[in-house]
Design a protein. Sequence first.
Length: 82
Amino acid sequence: MKSLVSVALAVAVSFSTAAFADEAEKKDGKDPDRMICRSEPQIGSRLAKKKVCMTAQQWKEQRRLSRMEIDRTQSNRYVSGQ
């Protein structure tokens, strides 16, 4: 009976240690694979919204590409009157 209790205690400790490690990773907030969901408005509607979920790394890449497109557009402006 004591061996059964000790096995159950060992299993409980191992599960709590694994759960603690997962919580520590979640609190870090630096995990590039964590999912982030945002609600974005749909074009053509004042009320409809679309839920977009991507990893943190994908959101970062999306921002980088958008910034590059804005910079490219602003640097290639058409100058009228020439």
